[in-house]
Design a protein around this ligand. Structure first.
Ligand SMILES: [Zn+2]
Length: 482
């Protein structure tokens, strides 16, 4: 797929940017458009903002590079612009750049892969320090808005979140190995035979287990009791703070899955009961697609089917185990979700660091010009427990709070992912989660909602360029003359 090859992708970028800005606009043939994307100077000079198309039509090729002009991350695969503005003319093609990030362009030509076929953050342009504080699509929206307002005055932008909240937060949990098993034999072995560091780690884990469970429970509880899980505890902590979250369950049978798949069977009675309890109490039950489902649309359909039967309610959203979309064509996995009837995916995040893998911290339509996204949205995952240090509680807490502050400062959406099975085994991660819950629940500027509610809100307020517009009109002319 070569999404940057023609103008429709720029149209996709324009629509996406206007949505980020919250500006109502429509496509028009107006001789004096507010935004003009094209190379005809007659029209360009009359527009409030003229964006000059750059890209393949000018013979640009080669590796994508990222630089910074006036604090704006500029991506190019050829000659990079010397400056951002030339009068009203924006020299940097923000629309193609927006499409580039939203369609994971920063990973497209990356050959480096980890053992699971995923692009490691160290090889992704989107993980660059340049955009850790302000994801590029947000920067482009501000740039365009500043340009427009210079000429046509203040834009009527809708509020991004309900009740004028500044930012949104979705709490989510992947359910990989929720049942506690006794770790005592392994820990005792490490304590006696392990290397110095392992010995220290197992000492602390053992201490934590004994502290929270008691010595008798830790060492002598019957095996059935050791299958206890922490859903009640997690939900109680959230409920106390007025929060709700989504849990993504895998339904692949142990006998059918890949060696990396989860080790529980969701059709056990205790799971079915749990689904009902979560749903009745206002939590969301979503699908965790199996390790190899990313490349097998039929599996997504059958897993969704199975979860719907077990939970007795269709799931709205999905996240892939190992964050593993199709390694070569990640957008095709998302297209399969939309076709299966899901409302959203929330897989696109880095495996190893917090951040903005699609260059945005907001819901967005993910397919570029390849396919009409309908009402399907991507809610990019922005931070997870596995991004944080396991042994250093203070550092873990600081990271998650700093992340929330970043998202707050850009009015974005933070999607947190804390594995249900680590609640008990990783006290530093648990502390970081509770700190995040405290931060959000005590912040009047935060809107915390279930992912499916966030989708509903986003769709109910969106689609500026699809309906009748009233404020800024956008025109585009094919740029083949350049
Ligand atoms: Zn998983």
């Amino acid at each position: 797929m070569q999404p940057l090859a023609d103008t429709p992708i720029a149209r996709y970028g324009i629509e996406a940017l206007l949505r980020v800005m919250g500006v109502r606009a429509k496509w028009c043939e107006d001789p004096t458009p507010a935004i003009y994307y094209g190379s005809d100077p007659q029209i360009g000079r009359r527009a409030a903002v003229w964006v000059y198309p750059k890209g393949d039509s000018e013979g640009e090729s080669g590796a994508w590079t990222l630089s910074e002009i006036d604090g704006v991350p500029v991506v190019s695969n050829g000659k990079k612009p010397a400056r951002l503005w030339d009068g009203r003319r924006l020299e940097f093609d923000v629309f193609r750049a927006t499409a580039f990030w939203l369609t994971l362009g920063g990973e497209r030509s990356v050959g480096t892969r980890d053992a699971h076929g995923r692009v490691p953050s160290s090889a992704s342009l989107a993980a660059s320090d340049i955009m850790a504080k302000r994801p590029p699509v947000h920067a482009y929206a501000e740039l365009l808005q500043t340009g427009l307002e210079r000429t046509i005055g203040r834009l009527a932008t809708g509020s991004r979140w309900p009740n004028d909240r500044r930012y949104a937060v979705a709490f989510t949990h992947d359910v990989d190995s929720p049942e506690r098993r006794s770790r005592i034999p392994g820990l005792m072995r490490d304590l006696v035979l392990g290397a110095k560091r392992t010995r220290r780690e197992s000492y602390w884990t053992l201490r934590t287990e004994v502290k929270s469970q008691g010595l008798r429970e830790t060492c002598f509880a019957r095996p059935t009791k050791r299958r206890a899980w922490d859903f009640e505890k997690i939900c109680a902590q959230e409920r106390n703070r007025g929060l709700r979250s989504a849990f993504y369950f895998a339904v692949v049978r142990r006998s059918e899955g890949h060696a990396c798949d989860v080790v529980y069977d969701a059709d056990r009675r205790r799971f079915r009961r749990l689904f009902g309890e979560l749903d009745a109490a206002g939590w969301e039950v979503g699908l965790q697609a199996s390790y190899s489902a990313g490349s097998a649309p039929r599996r997504i359909v059958s897993q969704l089917d199975r979860l719907t039967k077990l939970a007795r309610r269709p799931a709205s959203g999905v996240r892939h185990h190992y964050l593993r979309l199709d390694p070569a064509e990640p957008l095709q996995t998302l297209a399969a979700h939309a076709e299966a009837g899901l409302a959203y995916d929330t897989t696109i995040g880095f495996n190893d660091i917090p951040g903005f893998r699609a260059g945005i911290a907001l819901p967005f339509r993910p397919f570029g010009d390849a396919k009409d996204s309908g009402s399907f949205l991507e809610l990019p995952m922005t931070i997870a427990d596995m991004h944080l240090p396991r042994q250093d509680e203070t550092a873990a807490v600081d990271s998650v709070i700093a992340h929330l502050e970043t998202v707050r400062s850009i009015g974005g959406l933070a999607v947190l992912n804390w594995h249900a099975g680590h609640w008990y085994s990783d006290p530093a991660w648990r502390a970081a989660y509770l700190a995040a819950c405290d931060f959000v629940s005590s912040d009047a500027a935060a809107w915390s909602a279930l992912p499916r509610e966030i989708c509903r809100w986003w769709l109910s307020t969106g689609d500026q360029t699809r309906g009748p517009g009233d404020c800024a009109a956008a025109t585009t002319v094919p740029s083949s003359t350049s």
